[in-house]
Design a protein around this ligand. Sequence first.
Ligand code: PEP
Ligand code: MN
Length: 340
Amino acid sequence: MMIVMTPEAGEREIDAVKAKLATTGVHVLVLPGELTTAIGAIGDPEGVRELGLEGMAGVDRVVPISRPYKLASSELAHHEPTAFSVDGRKVGGNETFCLIAGPCTVETREQTLGVARTVRAAGASMLRGGAFKPRTSPFAFKGLGVPALEILAEARAETGLPVVTEFLDTQHADAIAEYADVIQIGARNMQNYALLEVAGKLGKPVLLKRGLSSSLEELLQAADYILKEGNEAVVLCERGIRTFETATRFTLDLGAVPWLKLHTHLPVIVDPSHAAGDRRLVEPLARAAAAVGADGIIVEIAEDPEAALCDGPQQLYASDFTRFAASVTAHAALVGKRLA
Ligand code: PEP
Ligand code: MN
């Protein structure tokens, strides 16, 4: 931490700050400047934060030097990009592109198996599908629950595709741990810290979506909650954020991808479907995500999106998915990635 003094601060104020810092055992370094003096406090930023130095006489501001996220940070000793395998599909590592596709929500066995066959035939990496759905209205369809997980298991058995499904409530932990190959934390739960800790303990890779109004620093701190449980298989997902713009469902923050690539060792994927809310935008955004360096995308598809109980307008037509997959894969190839 750096404590910047006001131009008026004298020796007495500086000494008082030094004395207070000394109580935490941090290494103190006084850096006199032309206009103001700065005091460096090296080690234990949390301890320094708790001192409340901002309120002391002569202190202008307290500036953190190290990043608030620790385990997710690329500053960490193990600098290599994190990569892990989900049933043979590599996620992360800068050489593979992970294409995850499937219905928004598992509605019926036929619907899910039909889409799963399409996903498989297009050479995609994993199948997505919601069993427990977070809905804005409590009166909307909230998913079939455990029967949906059983349908996903059947789709995996038939196609060999690993299954990505959302973990919504700690009460479902056992069922999710049993059926999911990748545990999705939805945007609305990015800051549900109790849920993150349980997800981190289930022994499965976790796909962590960015909250709709969360900063990237907050996303990485949320990832720390999972990582601190000893689970290193975490993939981050940019899925659009709330801005003043209402033309799209959310504003897809593509700049987040290269920013995250700089600041974290974790893989980063993009969800253009929930960001766009309109299938006509999904392909250009998916291509852009690949071109900007994402490690994959997660998209919604349906054979009959008009009949879908959730998110119909943004779901791609399954009949067009093979062509879509080839187009996105070609863009990933431009940055040296092949399909996982
Ligand atoms: C989803 O992927 O099913 C979903 C609900 O997305 P998000 O949490 O990003 O809104
Ligand atoms: Mn959806």
